[in-house]
Design a protein around this ligand. Structure first.
Ligand code: PEP
Ligand code: MN
Length: 338
């Protein structure tokens, strides 16, 4: 941590800041220029709140140098993490595609979806049985019945299952039916839920919160990793900005930024990221080009009849086209699509 003192800071103020830093367990290296004194504080603990120093008299600014997260950081683990979801690896050379409807709606719908996405080369079936809807009057999901249907459909087509965990009390249901649990954007900072997901023993797909910074997202990953669950996959699904022409703004620059700071795999969700069917294909291409380890795509056999997110769900032939195109992009950057 670096503490820059005010231009006019006097010796008593400097001594007092040094004493406070020492009290907090830091070793302090002092360097005085012609105008300012700068204090280098060594031994910062991840949980240290720099405001303890910012509020002292004579302090101009305080910068943290080390990251507040540990297990999520590249400095703690150099090699990229590869997470196994069923038989599928996320974070290796192959790009993993998770696809399916927003919600599980019926046996016919989930079977038709599973059949289509498996045929096109997806390896993981997505679909929500417990849905985090913005309105309490919208379809909330089929619950356990939906999980049963999804598991059957996935098994019939050799797919793994990812589905959203909304409530810690559903942990047993997830363990029974899912291969990976998703933490939705609206729950990214639901800390009891993150801990429950960490304890579940299944890989976790952690979506970025609607207004979350990358650091906040990595801190949420840290909650899961701190429960001794090493299998966290981050999912960029768009953030809220001033732009209104898309549902969210898909922050693809997050992919290389996260990869530089963390060893965790990153997946891109252009469906929620744009919210409009005809924007999904170009942004899926861009996600792969940006270095994503996987894609999450909403696909529905009859999007116009979907009970949630129909306008952003691809028709099956559009998904076939997406898979064909991302194979070309993957090849161009030395990767492949499973
Ligand atoms: C979803 O995947 O259907 C979903 C609700 O996503 P998000 O949490 O990113 O909005
Ligand atoms: Mn959705």
């Amino acid at each position: 941590m670096v503490v820059v003192m005010d231009i006019g800071a006097d010796e008593a103020q400097i001594e007092s800041v040094i004493a406070t830093l020492n009290d907090h367990g830091f070793d302090v290296h002092r360097s005085s220029g012609s105008q300012r004194t700068v204090l280098g504080a060594v031994g910062v603990k991840p949980e240290f709140d720099k405001r303890h120093i910012e509020l002292l008299d004579g302090v101009y600014t305080v910068h943290r140098v080390s990251e507040p997260y540990k297990f999520a950081s590249r400095s703690w683990k150099k090699e990229p993490t590869e997470s196994k979801v069923g038989n599928v690896v996320i974070g290796g050379k192959e790009i993993a595609v998770m696809a399916g409807p927003c919600s599980v709606e019926s046996e016919e719908q989930i079977h038709a979806s599973a059949e289509a996405v498996a045929r096109a080369g997806a390896k993981i079936l997505r679909g929500g049985a417990f849905k985090p809807r913005s309105s309490p009057y919208s379809f909330q999901g089929l619950g356990e019945e939906g999980l049963v249907m999804m598991r059957e459909a996935a098994d019939a087509h050799g797919l793994a299952v990812v589905t959203e965990l909304m409530d810690p009390s559903h942990a047993d249901l997830m363990a029974k039916y899912a291969d990976m649990v998703q933490i939705g954007a609206r729950n990214m900072q639901n800390f009891p839920l993150l801990r429950a997901a960490g304890q579940l023993g299944l890989p976790v797909l952690l979506k970025r919160g609607l207004s979350a910074t990358i650091q906040e997202w990595l801190m949420s990953a840290e909650y899961i990793l701190a429960e001794n669950n090493p299998d966290v996959v981050l999912c960029e699904r768009g953030i809220r900005t001033f732009e209104t022409m898309t549902r969210n703004t898909l922050d693809l620059s997050a992919v290389p930024v996260v990869k530089a700071r963390s060893h965790l795999p990153v997946v891109v969700d252009p469906s929620h990221g744009t919210g409009i069917r005809n924007k999904v294909l170009p942004m899926a291409r861009a996600g792969v080009a940006a270095g994503a380890d996987g894609l999450m795509i909403e696909v529905h056999p009859d999007p116009d009849a979907a009970l949630s997110d129909g306008p952003q769900s691809l028709h099956i032939p559009q998904f076939d086209e997406l898979m064909a195109q991302i194979r070309l992009i993957a090849e161009a950057i030395g990767r492949s699509v499973g």
